[in-house]
Design a binder for this molecule. Structure first.
Ligand SMILES: Cc1cc2nc3c(=O)[nH]c(=O)nc-3n(C[C@H](O)[C@H](O)[C@H](O)COP(=O)(O)O)c2cc1C
Length: 457
């Protein structure tokens, strides 16, 4: 692959994202997640490092599957407490020029008319630098707090998600023509009403006549991210996603995932090469190999194994407190996150994992590979995934915040620039919008072969 690689900082507006216990590390500033200044500083650092976007995970509910109790999750800060990531984006956008922002939103607990408005607003406020990571949520406690008696089963969640995006696409793409807004002071006509159309959506879950309440934003539809791993999830990604997040920790698993999602995308009439595949990585870098190894060892000492088990119990919808730590993990189809399960069963058929091994592995960044080494060694590994495996980019996960990000930007990024894998520090990005950063200059809008692209074009 000859093109440059893409980078997202994968984080969360919470004390802990996916490295439980690391908030205790000396100098870690995770507890500042409530401060706007912390996030504007992160944004500036990510922009300095040539990142395409900051990608915010988000969950609803509390991780109360472990021990059938929320005590561990609350006590050990397992993605709780957490703030709403969407609300820090305007401050981060104001502190940067080019950085994008991907925000995770669930289609299960909000309404498409409302969400379409929020993302049109964010796309305006960021001048076209916003993406949505579409998820369907997995914790039972989310359902209970948001008006349902119980969590919808996965197939139903994806059915709702399909219709949800249909409504959003119609509002974003079809409701207002590009020239609807005239702003004619003479005639007093701000908008030509003939060019603002109803969408008349009547479906199983939603009835939305429209029109959209916002004028078209730079990208209209935000860049669509997705991380589905189950059969339905992959189908949903193939139909909708422009950037796809593979969660397999092995090369074999990632290759299989990419091939499968590309083949499915072709079935929807999409050019499979237009999808951008990302994997998560946990870089632990030092100026020498020994320094990196030492840092890794110290990070591992701070992993909170019990908190990791509480996190994984939520991901898998399985109470791991009940299992013998030396028991082998057996494959199940889960109603929560299939990718986490597959990571230790399907994507590594030759290796058996015990519960204890999974918890230890996942303590630093869950299912993503940890890359420990000098800047050259980390760059070698990223270059391999990019050039040989077909991965377009990486969701960089921090262990210690923000030191892991700062290490990556100060040590690995110069090496990537040196190799031509990232644009030089003084280069302008290929366009103003996030979609152009991913797809190339002039491509601010959804591609013409995306199933959602306006039929009225
Ligand atoms: C690496 C990864 C990151 C995810 N991040 C989130 C998240 O931030 N919030 C959320 O509710 N779901 C998240 N999910 C869940 C999914 O996007 C999806 O809704 C879930 O995996 C269930 O579908 P699946 O079994 O098809 O993957 C994530 C999944 C993976 C694999």
């Amino acid at each position: 692959m000859s093109d440059r690689l893409h980078l997202n900082l994968f984080t969360m507006t919470s004390v802990e994202h996916v490295s439980p216990g690391s908030w205790r590390y000396p100098g870690d500033r995770s507890a500042e997640y409530t401060d706007a200044e912390y996030w504007t500083e992160v944004a500036r650092t990510a922009e300095r490092g040539g990142f395409d976007a900051v990608f915010f995970a988000d969950v609803r509910g509390v991780y109360d599957v472990y021990g059938d109790d929320r005590e561990t999750a609350v006590e050990r800060a397992v993605q709780t407490p957490a703030s709403d990531p969407q609300l820090v984006v305007p401050a981060m956008a104001a502190a940067t020029d080019d950085l994008g922002f991907a925000v995770t939103r669930s289609t299960t607990y909000t309404h498409p008319y409302q969400l379409a408005r929020e993302f049109s607003t964010l796309d305006h406020l960021t001048d076209g630098r916003v993406a949505i990571n579409v998820v369907t949520s997995y914790l039972e406690s989310a359902a209970e707090n948001l008006g349902l008696d119980e969590r919808m089963e996965k197939g139903e969640r994806y059915d709702r998600a399909d219709e949800f995006l249909d409504v959003c696409y119609a509002l974003w793409e079809d409701s207002w023509t590009d020239d609807a807004v005239e702003r004619d002071r003479e005639s007093g006509r701000y908008t030509d009403p003939e060019k603002v159309r109803a969408i008349d959506h009547e479906g199983e879950h939603f009835s939305v006549p429209g029109p959209h309440g916002c004028e078209p934003s730079p990208q209209r539809t935000p860049v669509v991210y997705q991380a589905g791993s189950s059969d339905r999830g992959r189908e949903f990604a193939a139909a909708n996603a422009e950037a796809v997040f593979a969660s397999q920790p092995t090369e074999e698993g990632v290759r299989e995932y990419i091939e499968d999602v590309k083949a499915r995308a072709a079935e929807y009439g999409r050019d499979p090469d237009s999808l951008r595949f990302f994997i998560g990585v946990v870089p632990i870098v030092g100026e020498t190999e020994a320094a990196a190894e030492q840092k890794h060892e110290r990070y591992r000492e701070h992993v909170d194994v019990e908190a990791t088990l509480a996190l994984l119990s939520g991901f898998l919808d399985m109470d791991l407190s009940e299992l013998d730590p030396d028991r082998k993990v057996e494959h199940i189809e889960t109603d929560a996150i299939q990718g986490t399960m597959n990571a230790f069963t399907r994507s590594q058929p030759d290796r058996e994992w015990t519960v204890r091994e999974v918890a230890e592995f996942c303590g630093l960044g869950t299912t993503s590979p940890t890359i420990v080494g000098t800047p050259e060694q980390v760059a070698d590994e990223l270059e391999y995934w990019h050039g040989e495996v077909g991965v377009h980019g990486f969701n960089v996960k921090e262990v210690v915040r923000p030191d892991s990000l700062v290490d990556f930007v100060d040590l690995v990024v110069p090496e990537l620039r040196e190799r031509g894998l990232l644009a030089p520090a003084d280069a302008d990005p290929p366009g103003d919008t996030l979609r152009e950063r991913l797809l190339g200059e002039g491509q601010s809008r959804l591609r013409a072969d995306h199933p959602a692209r306006s039929s009225s074009e």
